[in-house]
Design a protein around this ligand. Structure first.
Ligand code: ADP
Ligand code: NI
Length: 220
């Protein structure tokens, strides 16, 4: 079996029973998105594929906030296969830096492979799939769908973002609709734009149905 197939099989086994928005099929879609984005850039495709496959094997939010678990486990998985050290450290670098909360203090060193995997993951938070994942995760943490008395916030630091109480609808404003301006690749930005527009239509329909157009939702 090829290395990538073996790693994919390991990840699929590990993610059995994961929250719906962070399961094997999320990883699989990130992998496919990344391959699509990689077509238009000069990059190391093996690094991109491994990083996509391993980016969510132990997400900190499912491990009491421990951010060392993911890179640790990804490293262990890679150690089972003949993967050279340079590729391994490039993959771990991506996994350490991919997440939105870490992008508040991301190093500014150019890293085209990280850029692609991050775009691939961010696309998963947008559009129809992004809507589905937001409510899946919101349900998982028992967060309200919507609360007219709880306004959306704008976060400026990782700590603030991690500690906030929110609603799934607020999450659209607090994170999801800001992603299109944080895309790294031209193709990623294009796809993000279309997916964001779809989410804005979803929100309009949502407010029409519940007969509530909160002023603060349009002040962004
Ligand atoms: P990162 O780890 O890069 O900060 P997340 O893993 O938090 O990104 O985001 C993954 C998915 O979980 C996204 O699709 C997002 O919509 C969803 N999610 C994260 N936090 C919330 C939240 N507070 N409410 C609803 N959905 C959320
Ligand atoms: Ni992910």
């Amino acid at each position: 079996m090829k290395i990538l197939e073996q790693v994919a099989r390991d990840v699929r086994n590990l993610l059995a029973g994961a929250e719906g928005g962070h399961d094997w099929w999320h990883t699989y879609r990130v992998w496919q998105n990344a391959l699509e984005l990689a077509k238009t850039e000069e990059v190391d495709v093996l690094t991109i594929e491994l990083a996509s496959l391993l980016h969510d094997v132990a997400d900190a939010k499912f491990h009491q906030g421990d951010e060392s678990k993911g890179p640790q486990l990804a490293g262990k998985i890679m150690d089972q296969y003949p993967i050279d050290d340079a590729t391994k450290s490039a993959v771990l670098e991506i996994i350490r830096n991919i997440s939105f909360k870490n992008s508040f203090d991301r190093e500014q060193r150019p890293n085209p492979e990280l850029n692609i995997v991050q775009d691939a993951d961010q696309l998963e938070a947008l559009g129809a799939i992004g809507i589905a994942r937001a409510f899946s995760y919101g349900g998982y943490i028992n967060q309200p769908i919507f609360d007219p008395e709880l306004p959306a916030k704008r976060f400026t630091s990782k700590k603030e973002y991690k500690n906030a109480r929110s609603t799934s609808i607020n999450h659209f404003y607090e994170k999801l609709l800001t992603l299109k301006d944080r895309m790294n690749t031209a193709r990623g930005r294009e796809l993000a734009e279309t997916r964001s527009q779809y989410m804005v239509s979803f929100l309009e329909q949502f407010y029409t149905e519940i007969g509530h157009v909160p002023g603060w939702h349009h002040s962004r």
